[in-house]
Design a protein around this ligand. Structure first.
Ligand SMILES: NC(=O)c1ccc[n+]([C@@H]2O[C@H](COP(=O)([O-])OP(=O)(O)OC[C@H]3O[C@@H](n4cnc5c(N)ncnc54)[C@H](O)[C@@H]3O)[C@@H](O)[C@H]2O)c1
Length: 397
């Protein structure tokens, strides 16, 4: 099969296995160049391990710290007519590299919200690793099937109270538009908290704790975003923000639980990056295109891997990372610097369809978006036939 990108809305419906594998190798190479994470974890569970921040966390643990890793994700292998999802190819490449490096790596594919996922992970830990030193919670999902009732609950990306109006990029036509997003209903807000709030993280840690598979000193981290007034109406003050505030609530409760065995639970607030999850958020493509340009000019730009490397070495297993009054690790400190945000505020009203590519990093945004699906990766011959079937040993949930 010769595979070219096919973009529909904010996703690309095709993926390139060689490009995805190359992306993973780049992150592994970066991690190796950073050297060993002092006092890093040795047995790590990553929930949401196949792309974005979760994948980088798995790479940081394995290749920065020599950790055995268990990854949980929800991905699809190729069918006869369609390539697999990017996360499938990413995970296949990760496992291959980990095994070649002599590292334990096993993956479970299916719904992390289910009871089965938790039980199968516990069984695997008991069988292979005994206990876990770090649990990374990095799920980003628009839906949650409730584990007891089977009801399917959906999250929304909407403001609360008022309609949100802003200039934004129509990423299909590469032009500036006026976006308008109607406010969420109370039920939609509650549903978003159910899907993306802290409850499932708590269910995971309680299940692991009850099964006795959390080691002395075990840490857990869940990822969040806050931003500034530029994005607050759609993010922090919107439905998703309510879910992230619920994650903060869960972190406090889980911190007490883990503290009893000398461990800790924290939310880590990370910078905005291009991932499948963030490209679905209205206005994010424009904000990212602007803030990347400004951060690059200041020499403080980071992608997923650089950001997670800093989280591991200065936050989770080192010192130097900022901790806020809510016990959150603040790796978004560079993005939220006053000079960066004020330049962003000044730039926002100046951007038009005509100057979009000149004033912002939109070209780089588009390239990074395509790269998420394995396209536009250096050294990959996209005119060549490639086998979309990339089997690897996953445990089905
Ligand atoms: N992207 C950003 O700019 C950004 C910034 C700060 C914080 N975060 C947070 O980081 C976390 C991860 O987001 P991301 O942007 O890396 O997302 P992503 O879309 O790249 O990855 C999501 C992961 O969740 C997995 N997943 C989704 N539904 C699942 C299910 N039902 N069962 C099992 N696995 C499932 C996917 O397979 C994938 O591994 C989220 O909490 C997000 O809010 C993201």
């Amino acid at each position: 099969m010769i595979i070219q990108p096919k973009i529909r809305g904010f996703i690309c419906t095709t993926t390139h296995p060689t490009g995805c594998a190359q992306n993973v190798r780049e992150q592994i190479e970066f991690t190796r160049r950073q050297g060993t994470v002092e006092n890093g974890p040795k047995r790590v569970l990553v929930i949401g391990a196949s792309s974005g921040y979760g994948l980088s966390s798995r790479i940081a643990a394995a290749f920065g710290s020599g950790a055995a890793t268990i990854g949980v994700f929800f991905e699809k292998p190729a069918t006869e007519r369609k390539p697999g999802t990017a996360g499938w190819y990413n995970s296949a490449a990760f496992e291959q590299e980990a095994h070649e490096a002599g590292l334990y790596a096993k993956s479970l594919n299916g719904d992390a919200f289910s009871h089965d996922a938790k039980q199968k992970v516990i069984d695997l830990i008991q069988q292979d690793l005994g206990q876990i030193d770090l649990v990374v919670y990095s799920l980003a999902s628009p839906v949650r099937k409730m584990p007891d009732s089977g009801e399917v609950v959906r999250s929304v990306l909407k403001p609360i109270g008022e309609t949100y109006r802003s200039t934004a990029i129509d990423t299909n036509r590469d032009c500036i538009i006026e976006a308008e997003v109607e406010p969420a209903t109370e039920e939609e807000v509650a549903n978003t908290v159910t899907v993306m709030g802290g409850e499932d993280w708590e269910l995971w840690l309680h299940a692991l704790n009850d099964a006795g598979v959390l080691a002395e000193g075990c840490k857990s981290v869940a990822y969040s975003y806050i931003g500034t007034d530029i994005t607050w109406p759609i993010y922090w003050d919107g439905a998703l923000g309510k879910a992230k505030q619920d994650l903060d609530r869960a972190a406090t409760a889980l911190n007490s639980l883990l503290a009893t065995r000398g461990g800790q639970a924290n939310v880590a607030v990370l910078k905005s990056v291009v991932t499948q999850a963030s490209s679905a958020i209205p206005v994010m493509p424009l904000y990212l295109s602007m803030v990347f340009r400004i951060m690059k000019a200041q020499g403080v730009h980071e992608g997923c891997m650089e950001q997670v490397a800093r989280l591991f070495t200065t936050g989770l297993y080192g010192t130097g990372a900022k901790m806020d009054e809510g016990n959150r690790l603040r790796l978004d400190d560079w993005e939220l610097r006053d000079d960066i945000q004020s330049q962003c505020r000044a730039l926002w009203p100046q951007v038009t369809t005509e100057n979009l590519f000149d004033l912002t990093d939109y070209a780089a945004y588009k390239a990074e978006f395509l790269k998420l699906f394995g396209f536009g990766v250096e050294g990959v011959d996209y005119a060549a036939e490639v086998d979309p079937q990339v089997p690897f040993d996953v445990i089905d949930i």
